[in-house]
Design a protein. Structure first.
Lengths: 92, 407, 116
């Protein structure tokens, strides 16, 4: 069991050490059967992204922000301060 | 009948939108710089109108008050820091207002100050406990109407109206630049008091505003704060017309009331003291509730002035504890007018912390749907963000460099 | 019918309402189950002062201590809906929520007029 707060704000790196930025939120999918975790929302602008700056302005009323999403399946392991993901992971 | 209700609302607003910060800074600015800073009051009034309109709209559409928004938007850690900063400022303001009420009672009755502090605190607590909020707003609003005596006094003092008009144009005609900017910062801080916004947005939720009330929200903000601005002009004009030529520094509420007594005699003094008593007393209730609202909203407690006290126990205990703490502060003998200056300056420093999340949420379609900020609101909102940041960063340095306005 | 949302922004730190519409705390954190690389989902809401410890460093630990340190775990199945607040299916007391208000009530209830 992991808490959301323990995932958010960690640095995200690839297996060979490449820096992908920080995870500032978790993308989920809400349905009648529950809230599934789709992936990590990463960005390089740090705190600004969590505030919602530099995102949005889309006509959608979804509670989602722009920013790359790394699928949960691409996560290799959680280390003490970082999240290691497979490389390459698809950006589309 | 609707017109009558609106008129009543306006009348109550006049009394309700001037607090001890406005009294102190507007009078002192007039006494020091004459009419030169009137333009700053205009900027402050527009600023608080922009800020509260956004908060009111957020309350009506997303059903969230300021500290709901702060926590959701900046997270628990930054939100907690914001909460602590806001509550420290709130408490300072509350203590200054309670002290102000006690001073007015002393000037009116001649009884000893220390006893009157207790009277003020228990009186306010009893009023809040017993009286319904509609009646509280009426009593303090109409009582505060007596503040109009300062408008009459301003006219009676026959100021140089040309110079007054000139004061609405931004200009700098003094060598005392630092002191000028200190007062500018203080006037903006006094006009854009955060607790008013917390109170206003929580009130919108309590009144269960919806999109139908957006017009009412806008009218409330413009008329209410506009009238407060009008009274602030009057205070500054009195300062410039009476205090400046005689070299009087309005350092106490008593000397501020001189502004009405000199042109209008004893009746002027009486009306001024009653007006100040009710305006500051009403403001202290707003501040008290703002403090309780902030805690409750941040931590998710039940809250509301329309709930029975037992229905919202932590909220109720919250305002009681704040009142007791304010009592303690005033009992130390600190000068409420001095405390007011510090409270206003510190509230300016903390202002960006709550303004920024509000501006962001007002632009967020997930919260606001199609009622997000239009272009005007965003232009104004953005300008004021810059103004607020600039003022917030310069407040403490100016305070130190001018020795808290002593020059 | 499903909807994408950012969980930190759309769920965490939002107000909890019980089936009566009573405010009973916030979503202070979420419990996620699922190994990295496999399916993961949110299994529970975590609420209460004890949860603040992990969220705000020293200040959070202090606040948790002042608040009494309780943690409440609400299984995600109990969520009735997520709109501007997070609505739960049952009453607050059934989850152990709102205890702070229940404990504070005796301090107020003895004063005449507190039940208006």
């Amino acid at each position: 069991m992991r808490t959301l707060s323990s995932i958010v704000r960690r640095k995200v790196v690839t297996e060979d050490g490449g820096d992908l930025g920080r995870c500032y939120d978790v993308r989920g999918e809400l349905s009648r059967s529950g809230l599934k975790v789709k992936g990590l929302v990463i960005g390089r602008r740090g705190r600004l992204e969590h505030l919602g700056i530099g995102a949005q302005a889309s006509a959608s009323s979804n509670r989602v922000r722009d920013g790359d999403v790394i699928p949960w399946e691409a996560i290799v392991r959680f280390e003490r301060d970082t999240i290691v993901v497979r490389d390459p992971w698809s950006k589309t | 009948m609707k017109i009558f209700q609106v008129a009543l609302g306006i009348l109550a607003a006049i009394g309700g939108f001037v607090d001890i910060g406005d009294l102190v800074f507007n009078s002192a600015a007039g006494a020091t710089f004459g009419y030169q800073l009137l333009w700053v009051v205009v900027i402050g009034v527009i600023g608080i109108i922009v800020y509260s309109e956004m908060c009111g709209r957020i309350a009506a559409i997303s059903k969230k008050a300021v500290f709901d928004v702060v926590r959701e938007r900046v997270g628990f850690k930054a939100g907690l820091v914001t909460l602590i900063a806001a509550q420290v400022v709130n408490l300072m303001t509350l203590a200054a207002e309670v002290g102000g009420v006690a001073i007015c009672l002393r000037l009116l009755s001649g009884l000893p100050y220390r006893w009157l502090i207790l009277v003020a605190v228990f009186g306010l607590g009893a009023v809040v406990w017993i009286t319904s909020f509609d009646w509280i707003e009426r009593i303090f609003g109409y009582g505060g109407l007596c503040m109009l005596v300062f408008a009459v006094a301003a006219i009676k003092l026959k100021p140089d109206w040309g110079a007054v008009a000139h004061g609405f144009v931004p200009h700098l005609e003094t060598k005392d630049t630092l002191l000028y900017f200190y007062f500018a910062v203080g006037l903006l801080g006094a006009a854009m008091t955060p607790y008013e916004v917390y109170f206003y947005s929580s009130g919108g939720i309590e009144e269960e505003w919806t999109e139908k009330d957006l017009g009412l929200n806008r009218a409330n903000a413009i008329i209410g704060y506009g009238l407060g601005g009008f009274l602030s002009f009057a205070l500054m004009i009195v300062g410039g017309a009476l205090f400046l030529p005689h070299g009087i520094g309005p350092e106490t509420l008593g000397s501020i009331s001189l502004g009405a007594q000199v042109p209008l005699g004893e009746i002027g003094l009486l009306l001024a003291l009653i007006g100040i008593l009710f305006a500051v007393g009403g403001a202290s209730i707003d501040t008290l509730f703002s403090g309780a609202y902030n805690f409750a909203q941040f931590f998710g407690w039940e809250w509301g002035r329309y709930r029975s006290p037992a229905g919202a126990p932590r909220f109720t205990l919250g305002w009681m504890v704040l009142l007791v703490l304010a009592l303690g502060i005033v009992m130390t003998g600190v000068d409420p007018v001095q405390l007011t200056e510090y409270a206003v300056i510190f509230s300016v420093v903390a202002l960006p912390l709550t303004y920024l999340p509000i501006l962001l949420v007002a632009n967020d379609r997930a919260y606001m749907g199609r009622y997000v900020n239009g272009r005007l609101a965003n232009v104004l909102g953005g300008i004021y963000l810059v103004v607020i940041l600039a003022v917030s960063l310069s407040a403490i340095p100016l305070m130190l460099l001018t020795n808290v306005g002593q020059g | 019918m499903s909807e994408e949302l950012d969980i930190g922004l759309g769920v965490v730190d939002h107000q909890l309402l019980d089936s009566d519409g009573r405010r009973c705390g916030n979503v202070d954190d979420l419990a996620i189950e699922g190994e990295p690389g496999k399916q993961a989902e949110v299994v529970a809401i975590l609420s209460g002062p004890g949860v603040w410890r992990e969220r705000a460093g020293l200040l959070g630990r202090l606040a948790a201590w002042i608040g009494g340190g309780r943690r409440v775990r609400i299984p995600w199945d109990e969520v009735a809906g997520i709109e501007s607040h997070v609505r739960l299916k049952k009453k607050a007391t059934e989850y152990g929520l709102g205890r702070g208000d229940d404990r504070a009530r005796p301090w107020i209830a003895w004063i005449p007029g507190s039940h208006r």
